[in-house]
Design a protein around this ligand. Sequence first.
Ligand SMILES: N[C@@H](CCC(=O)N[C@@H](CS)C(=O)NCC(=O)O)C(=O)O
Length: 336
Amino acid sequence: MSNPATATATATAAAAAAAAAAATAATAAVPAGRPAYASPTDVAAYGPYRINQAPDDPRPLYRFTGRITADGSSGYRAEPGRYHVYAGWFCPWAQRVTLQIALNGLEDVISVSYVDNTRDARGWGFREQHGPDPVNGFTLLREAYEATEPGFDGHVSVPTLWDRETGRVVSNNYVGLGIDVATEFREWSNGADTYPEALRDEIALLDGWIGPAVNQGIQRARDDAAARAALLDAFAELDRRLASARYLTGDTLTEADVRLWVTLVRYAQRGPAELGTPPLAAFGDLWAYARDLYQLPAFRATTDFSSFSPPGVAPSPDWERPGTDRPRAVDARSSA
Ligand SMILES: N[C@@H](CCC(=O)N[C@@H](CS)C(=O)NCC(=O)O)C(=O)O
């Protein structure tokens, strides 16, 4: 089984063509005369971001759930240069997708851009700090949803997957997006297999308790003591598991690690202060595991500590030091 930690991007002719296509698409100029950026976030003037969908509307709030398939059977065929991910540096759900793109070496196949870190009632926007929308020249992400469904009143969220061919949002469902990136673009990928068939049941089992206790639980833990206790119990259990396994499923880095890591790194930066809980370093093996993953280029390239750290809180210098006592008996990296 190949491991993304060892996989190197091979410059195939296909990848080169993909890069050219993506670059062309990415540099397609914002139409002349249109502003490239949204005006500054102004909650006083516009009000806070809110969902406007009526409570008795039975439609799901996240209703773009299209899937990309290698054979095109879903209506969205995997193709280089066709899709764009609107992400946010601050957002763990978006980072799941950008991490899968990077781990699979698909940076030149699926383009990514980043919304601004702040929002008002208009939702996420494109501003100077993280650049314009390179695909459509929208100033607000809402415009992508409006172009897809006039009058759209659900969540305007990141990650959002845009299809250049049909000119519409395919999905803002991060679970499906991460899996499709990991499985449907093999033709152009570096050969990493971050969602191996043999481990999918185990990944689902892990998600069954890490999802509620950690990924979603961290939100509730602010004002819910039971959620806080469940989060710390989950950290203790993860710490035990990772004392004898390099990755969550053993010796292969998978989607399960991606899902956990994006929350861990944010917890490390602001969890203890916000929740009154111990630092991640209190869970020695979990902390070493988190730092170990951060040594991989994909994790570094998709992480901007400043986007999710309280002002003045720098990342620990220990992020630069891999855990030295990680289990390495079955380490594919050491044989590379
Ligand atoms: N809660 C979303 C995950 C994505 C998400 O919450 N993204 C946040 C940023 S980290 C966002 O854009 N929220 C706006 C919204 O949900 O309306 C889902 O269940 O699909």
